[in-house]
Design a protein around this ligand. Structure first.
Ligand code: ADP
Ligand code: MG
Length: 168
């Protein structure tokens, strides 16, 4: 059974802490599908996950190239499908599906563009603007997987962003 878990990010570093925790639970062939409007923090999340996967260089959205590949401890595929249209790009789709299945870890910004081609195993991450620097992060995955995630996430990310929250 799939379920969701939601946490509040008060700053980019919080988003990257959630991403690092998610990254710890990924295995070769894992796919993370990112949803949320421009500026919601999808690339920020991918960068945080890349750090945790041993890739330390700056991460940017491959808005024009559609796919970047990074050498972390595992191969990392970073897709940004904002400018990509399923109706006209069947050849790319076959290639990408093979790549995702061949191992490595895949992050897909604007994953909704894949429609029914989004792998069923994908962990979903939806980022929503709550305020200038506040985001709600919702993770969708199998229940048992989310329980593991919950056990390694810092508790303070459950709290709203105010002066009482540590680090605020
Ligand atoms: N809590 C937060 N989480 C993520 N990004 C944040 C947060 N607060 C502010 N930001 C800023 O929002 C922007 C998010 O940009 P980016 O990650 O490129 O978004 P996207 O890839 O969704 O278009 C960055 O400039 C980042 O510094
Ligand atoms: Mg981006």
């Amino acid at each position: 059974m799939r379920a969701t878990l939601t946490r509040t990010s008060c700053r980019p570093e919080d988003t990257q802490r959630v991403a690092a925790a998610v990254a710890r639970l990924l295995v070769p062939g894992s796919v993370v599908a990112l949803f949320g409007e421009l500026g919601s923090g999808k690339t920020c999340f991918v960068e945080g996950a890349c750090r945790a996967l041993g890739y330390d260089r700056r991460v940017r959205s491959p808005s024009f190239t559609l796919l970047n590949i990074y050498a972390g401890r595992q191969r990392i595929h970073h897709f940004d499908l904002y400018r990509w249209d399923l109706a006209t790009s069947a050849a790319e789709l076959d290639e990408w599906e093979e790549l995702m299945d061949a191992g490595g870890i895949s992050f897909i910004e604007w994953a909704d563009r894949l429609g029914a081609h989004l792998p069923e195993r994908a962990v979903g991450v939806t980022l929503r603007h709550r305020d200038t620097s506040v985001r709600a992060i919702e993770v969708a995955a199998p229940e048992a997987w989310l329980r593991e995630l919950e056990s390694i996430l810092p508790d303070e990310l459950r709290e709203p962003c105010n002066r009482d929250r540590p680090g605020h």
